[in-house]
Ligand binder design. Sequence first.
Ligand code: ADP
Ligand code: MG
Length: 330
Amino acid sequence: MSAIIINGITKKFGDFTAVDNVSFSVEKGELFGLLGPNGAGKTTIINMLTTLLIPTAGNAEIAGHNLKCDPDLVRGSIGIIFQDPSLDSALTGRENLEFHAMMYDIGKEERKKRIPDVLGIVGLSSKADILVENYSGGMKRRLEIARGLIHYPKVLFLDEPTLGLDAQTRRTIWNYIKTLNRDYGTSVVLTTHYMEEADYLCDRIAVIDNGRIIALDTPSGLKSLLKGEKVSLELKEKNCELRDKLLRQPFVREAVLEGNILSVTIADGERSVAEIFKIACSLDADILAVNIHKPSLEDVFIHLTGSTIRDKEGDKNSARHERIRRRMMR
Ligand code: ADP
Ligand code: MG
């Protein structure tokens, strides 16, 4: 059963196409990630799916409701955690939740039950009556997650849930997201430009670049787009015979010799490394050093787009700075 079905959703800002004919489905109970550099169109997709922006074309069904025909029903079935913080820091955590619950027309008795419940989910029960201005960055993010859960949504959208948080706080947030997905069965769609976040959290990932999906699969499926693990051998001297013999092995997909460095792409990890050693030994090839590189989502992104996520963001930023500079010179 699908929690979300998206059909050719598109958003244009003037002549600029920010989201270009995007289609995908999210299964019930799935933790789904939109991974891409800044400016890829992730927030624009989330804003359309959460009824905040009207698509230029395309439509979607969310928790069984049609986005175009029944936006109110869609809004009632989803929770949103925005990229930019949106808490009232002059209120306590509990007051923030009270206020939000009232906006969702949740009655007093029900609020009494739900507020402690969602505070418990994100581990903030003991901090509920402290003013939000005294919360740490991680606590604020957890409170925003609690707020997104107050009406027990079927689908939760999280836009860059750990942006700007330190590594340890990020892990804590990851665990809360995993828990509410696993234990409460909430379907989750999150956006991120952190590879390791997508890799750790998501059942499936859509890689977004320039408003388009360029790949969609499980983290391991995406990694298998690369041909396998890379083993680099530093040899005492250049050895073409070793390269040629390795190329004849069924587990070797590629073997490239550059000077005395032999890079071998292999199908199945550690086992093949032992085999490579045996073959090197049988040819009396001296190995000075070995490096095994497991494919990461970063490698997948480079494979798909030809550059790293960070470089892409660099492009966008330098393009933006260039535009601002030109405007100032006018
Ligand atoms: P992401 O969330 O992946 O960083 P966004 O969805 O925020 O990307 O933005 C995608 C592209 O659309 C960017 O180039 C951004 O500058 C542009 N964009 C977003 N919102 C608007 C808007 N309201 N008007 C014009 N351009 C916009
Ligand atoms: Mg964004």
